[in-house]
Design a protein around this ligand. Structure first.
Ligand code: HEM
Length: 236
């Protein structure tokens, strides 16, 4: 083998292996959920020494790769490294930054999984999102290894709070996303308005490439499985 070929072969081998070593490879992994039949494009955040990592996925309306969608069916699986971390929270920013983008937060509360939409213009605990968006659960699990949730997020791909507006463009073929995970349980978990979050132990952003599996003709049928969210329990 010539020197040139050796260098080329080494380059190809290294670049082929790289995606497996990267956190949050941009290419989607297709996941079909056996319980609901819903197909998602998913991206994986591997565990670190501080937190167990998470997998986030989206399923979009059938024309979303041609015309921007405003809603999606989401999949979130948050893994706990140990039982004491299983009550921690996980979050996704739908705009690639913690600030000035819609934040989706999920956490277990007993057997249930609760969610809270949040928004902030500074790097401090985000307040409750004041815009128009609705989350409805489709299915969830919570146990000592972490929690998972499939949910419909309506009006979550465009946001508006005060003078700040923004959106994600599904027709661009990718989403700018970010993740955050805390091993500490939120306080007041049963009342989203009084929720107190500990700062995340891990966070980051990634570009999530959408492939043909992200959008489906079955989207409207799958939405039929959405139910009302677990009601808040707030003390008066
Ligand atoms: C008590 C609550 C929170 C505090 C004090 C906080 C604080 C911060 C700070 C200081 C940074 C930037 C600097 C760094 O690299 O460490 C950051 C980054 C980040 N946070 Fe938060 N955060 C909170 C909640 C959240 C929530 C609820 C989410 C998502 C649902 C989130 C998502 C992110 C993401 C994705 C980044 C990296 C991207 C960026 O810098 O904008 N954070 N956070």
């Amino acid at each position: 083998m010539t020197l040139r070929n050796t260098i080329l072969t080494t380059f190809v081998a290294v670049t082929t292996l790289l995606p497996g070593c990267q956190a949050q490879a941009p290419e989607a992994v297709v996941y079909s959920d056996p319980g609901t039949g819903i197909t998602f494009d998913t991206w994986n955040v591997p565990s670190s020494s501080k937190a167990g990592g998470l997998t986030f996925g989206v399923s979009l309306p059938n024309n979303a790769l041609k015309s921007d969608a405003t809603d999606f069916i989401g999949y979130l699986r948050c893994t706990a490294t140990e039982e004491s971390a299983a009550k921690g929270w996980c979050g996704i920013t739908l705009g690639g930054s913690m600030i000035d983008a819609l934040l989706f937060v999920a956490y277990p509360d007993g057997d249930a999984v609760r969610t809270s939409l949040r928004f902030t213009s500074e790097y401090a605990m985000p307040g409750v999102y004041g815009g128009n968006a609705t989350v409805k659960p489709i299915s969830s699990t919570a146990n000592s290894t972490g929690f998972s949730l499939i949910f419909h997020c309506q009006d979550c791909l465009h946001w508006s709070q005060g003078d700040t507006t923004g959106s994600a463009s599904t027709s661009s073929g990718f989403l700018d996303l970010g993740y955050a995970q805390s091993v500490k349980a939120p306080t007041n978990p049963s009342c989203a308005a009084d929720l107190k979050l500990a700062r995340h132990d891990i966070q980051g952003t990634w570009t999530a490439m959408l492939d043909d599996h992200a959008a489906s003709d079955s989207y409207d049928k799958w939405l039929g499985q959405a139910k009302d969210a677990v009601p808040d329990k707030c003390s008066a």
